[in-house]
Design a protein around this ligand. Structure first.
Ligand code: PMV
Length: 347
């Protein structure tokens, strides 16, 4: 099945593709980091995963978009105040996704002003929040009034992890079984954990050397360890859900760290080997492990990039800041008014 057929299936009852030309649709979607990772597709065109996965959103770190119909004869994109070249990889990926929604008899193009509060392409799920915010804006622009689950399916067509960025907090992306993927979407967990903190350790904001799309397919096809990955995920996912319900931080964070390490071991055994770590990444891992030996409950997770995300509880904030001078702290369950507002003070 093709992505365009999925779009048609979801939108067939709607006033399909008639853009409201004088409207500017504004939307925001948070980035998310997987505590139990998605790595490998059962359908590459529809981004259907081999396994389910589970993430936590990154609060105010995400993508804001203002979407309208462009007067130009091609899509126009302004990213963080700078025009994006139509020939760039970013613009091409945008256009391919937006083509799914251009079925009006008269050709039309989009104008998107995007503010990303997370570095783009650096393994910080900028594509997840990017595609999720785009489908939210499209829903407004075309007045479809889709459900969050339908929007999650559409966002998945842009990037798998985007299916989890339609909600804040914990979200499970159920892999589903159907070939059309209509049962493969995010489902939010009704749990709030205000003390949970995420620390972003950003070592580089450069584009990652190999995209997650290419890396996960190479792992699936060549890694001798990939065979066991779905069993690891089933085990880790059950533990992580149990830990969230019981608010058992050590179980949650230890399982998330082990899951990330297993994912990277699986890709390191691919041919050719895939290694996203920089020396600074490994040094930070060593530091985390040393801190745990010293009795501080700090853990990490890592996606398809060299940056790390620390997991810790709010009472360890000052210690984490002492040990990681450049850490950027995100509190997924606090509203901005309640957020940690300066170096050592929690409101
Ligand atoms: O959605 P993609 O294609 O950017 O892949 C995301 C892959 C990981 O970030 C490594 C894991 C995950 O579940 O988000």
């Amino acid at each position: 099945m093709k992505p365009s057929e999925v779009v048609y299936f979801i939108l067939k009852e709607k006033k399909l593709f008639t853009p409201q030309s004088d409207c500017i649709a504004r939307a925001y979607a948070p980035s998310n980091i997987a505590l139990c990772k998605y790595w490998g597709k059962r359908d590459q065109q529809l981004n259907l995963p081999v396994t389910s996965s589970l993430s936590v959103s990154l609060g105010d770190r995400g993508s804001y978009v203002a979407l309208s119909i462009s007067a130009a004869s091609h899509d126009t994109i302004i990213l963080n105040g700078n025009p994006v070249e139509p020939v760039s990889a970013f613009a091409k990926r945008f256009a391919i996704f937006m083509d799914l929604f251009r079925h009006s008899p008269a050709p039309f193009y989009f104008h998107a002003e995007i503010i990303s509060t997370i570095p783009v392409g650096a393994g910080l799920a900028s594509s997840a929040c990017g595609f999720a915010s785009l489908v939210l804006a499209l829903d407004q622009l075309f007045n479809w009034q889709l459900t969050p689950r339908e929007l999650s399916i559409l966002a998945r067509l842009g990037s798998g992890s985007a299916s989890r960025s339609l909600w804040s907090g914990f979200v499970e992306w159920q892999c589903g079984e159907r070939v059309d993927g209509m049962d493969s979407h995010g489902i939010p967990l009704d749990v709030i954990w205000p003390d949970l903190c995420i620390g972003l350790l950003i070592f580089t904001d450069k584009e990652k050397p190999i995209s997650s799309r290419v890396a996960m397919q190479c792992t699936l096809e060549t890694s001798p360890l990939y065979h066991d990955w779905p069993q690891h995920v089933a085990h880790d996912l059950a533990l992580i859900k149990q830990a969230i319900i019981q608010k058992d931080f050590n179980l949650l964070a230890a399982t998330a760290e082990a899951n990330a390490v297993a994912m990277h071991a699986t890709m390191q055994s691919a041919v050719p080997a895939i290694d996203y770590c920089l020396p600074a990444t490994r040094a930070a891992m060593e530091k985390v492990w040393q801190l745990r030996k010293d009795g501080i409950a700090v853990y990490f997770t890592q996606d398809a990039g060299s940056n790390l995300k620390l997991l810790f509880l709010r009472h360890d904030l000052a210690l984490v800041r002492q040990n990681f001078k450049h850490v950027e702290v995100v509190t997924p369950f606090l509203s901005s008014g309640e957020a940690i507002d300066d170096e050592h003070k929690v409101k």
